[in-house]
Design a protein around this ligand. Structure first.
Ligand code: SF4
Length: 208
């Protein structure tokens, strides 16, 4: 918990709102309370194993009070999914994860399509990020290393059929493959406007 509290304090200094919780069940309650308080016309999300582990997607999908913009339904053709993700840019509430956070109070991502990071930077009125304790590192350099050496090669394993060097070896070669999943890097150094982004830190090992 101490590591999470240190990270949360640094994030708060940088004008992020934070919550520290013990497990995904508590994270779910916080996310649910957030959605109910906001009463958003539409909710969108960027894919995140940690977010899925909280169960919030099933809750939002099953509750008629919410319109969930699901741009990841495998039953839909890809162009339709991409269109839904575009609509997600204007959702009232956007939920996703983060690749790395630092105890200096910064957030770091590497994304393939960009639909996960663009709405974090701008668009939705409220953004909620969830992260397990394993995502917390010391500084920007360690965040970069975590993403390149761990998150990206492991993430590719979730996408069978992607032809990249890391898919074969598990090691990043900073490739130029058409299937490259590491196309856009984002780091968020401060929250603007103040408190727009809530970061929920979960005291469990979660996600990639
Ligand atoms: S840059 Fe290429 S090799 Fe490196 S993790 Fe990304 S997709 Fe894999």
């Amino acid at each position: 918990m101490e590591l999470l509290e240190t990270c949360a304090a640094a994030l708060r200094k940088h004008r992020f709102e934070t919550a520290v919780v013990k497990n995904t069940a508590e994270a779910f309650e916080r996310l649910k309370a957030e959605a109910e308080a906001l009463a958003p016309a539409a909710v969108s999300f960027g894919d995140s194993e940690t977010m899925r582990a909280t169960g919030i997607l099933d809750f939002l999908r099953d509750d008629p009070r919410f319109e969930l913009l699901d741009g990841f339904d495998p039953a839909m053709p890809r162009p339709e999914r991409i269109e839904i993700r575009r609509r997600g840019l204007l959702a009232d509430l956007f939920i996703t994860g983060v690749n790395a956070l630092t105890t200096q109070g910064t957030l770091h991502w590497l994304d393939m399509v960009g639909n996960r990071i663009a709405p974090v930077a701008f668009g939705p009125r409220r953004v909620v990020l969830v992260a397990g304790r394993n995502k917390i590192v010391a500084d920007r350099r360690a965040a970069e290393a975590r993403i390149r050496e761990l998150a990206a090669p492991q993430n590719i394993a979730r996408h069978p059929g992607f032809r990249t060097p890391c898919a074969r070896t598990g090691v990043c070669m900073d490739c130029n493959a058409p299937d490259r999943i590491c196309n856009t890097r984002m780091e968020m150094l401060r929250c603007y406007p103040e408190g727009r982004i809530l970061v929920i830190l979960i005291d469990e090992e979660l996600g990639l």
